[in-house]
Design a binder for this molecule. Sequence first.
Ligand code: SF4
Ligand code: SF4
Length: 403
Amino acid sequence: MAENRNKKMFGGCLSALQHMELDACTQCGECLKNCPVQEVTGNRQVSPPAKIRAFRDFIKKTRGLKSFVLGARDVDRGLLEDFTRAVFECTTCGACGKACSVGIYTQRLWPMLRREMVLRGIGPIEAQRDMPEDVRRTGNPYGKPAAERFAPWFPAEVKVAEKAEIGYYTGCTGAYDAIPMVKGDVTVLGKIGRPFTMLPPEEEVCCGFPLFVTGQFELLEGLVKRLVEGYTQRGVKTLVCSCPCCVNMIARDWPHFYGRKLPFGIRHISQYVLAALEEGRISPTAPVAESIIYHDPCYLSRGVGITEEPRAILKRIPGVQLLEFTRNRANSRCCGAGGAARKVFHENAVAIGRLTIDEAYEKKAGRLVLGCPACYGKVNEAMSGYEKQVKIVDVMELLSGVL
Ligand code: SF4
Ligand code: SF4
């Protein structure tokens, strides 16, 4: 395989476009003001120009005839390890790419740099290394039993069809770590009244995102084929999912690992639910008479461009006054939980999460509305013991309570 042949050369798994992006960086520093990790740590190595500069240097030293014959002797192991740590400390939020003066698609570039480090046996780091074995053993990156995936929270009144054109994928983080969110999802789906199907807990394995984003690709083809075949057998034509990371993985990467176009479409739950509201299938009746503030998840806004549907749903709830963060929509600030960085850089994630809490608190929001299970888990953790308290709720959790 080309990827294997290039194992000793940096840049082996990057696309031609990504090589052009690396060359295109002018080191202008425009992106620095948007980086949440840099904001809380001051660590310049995490910054896009520093990572790009270091990586370009590694490429230079490992390309050409001399390095082919003699090996990559000029690459300092200490520098490589520091660089690797910086690449895995980044939350892959993509905010730097949004501000980039030459339009580098960083949310895609950083995972591929991580892949480079994995191929050289240097990455990932610490607890991120356990994920493939946990997924292999239990089907999820948390190593939790499949028997606990749905049973502790699935509402008894919600009926799941054996076969249906609508499928619902829960995702591991929601099912194990953001239960009010996925409980809200299935409650709303139940109230919409169209039959929907799900895979049994032992078959609903990880979508592959945590493995992809940490550059650990070995299990991906098997996971994707297993899931696609499961939904196909159940007659699914549209797969609905609320986790922004899963939606990204399914829409952008499943076709690659499946080897062809998927036999069904993918919709974020906010798109599906907004359509149901517009068709009059459901209607929020109970009022929520408070000001709320919605946080755009990085992989929903910058990842797949969904910013208006969650707002449109929230605005339909009687009494709601919707506030906005200073940085919103495609410019939103990361919650700190992304890119599997939280597995290792726990303190960064809490400190970044508190920046979001600070602004919601200063704007006197009655509730901070989230739309991502990773945000939900981490911002709740950041709120714990913090002097500024704001109630946290997910979009579907809030909607399910007023239908
Ligand atoms: S993706 Fe986010 S965390 Fe990573 S360098 Fe860019 S702004 Fe910083
Ligand atoms: S804004 Fe873009 S071109 Fe400028 S330093 Fe950042 S990544 Fe490089």
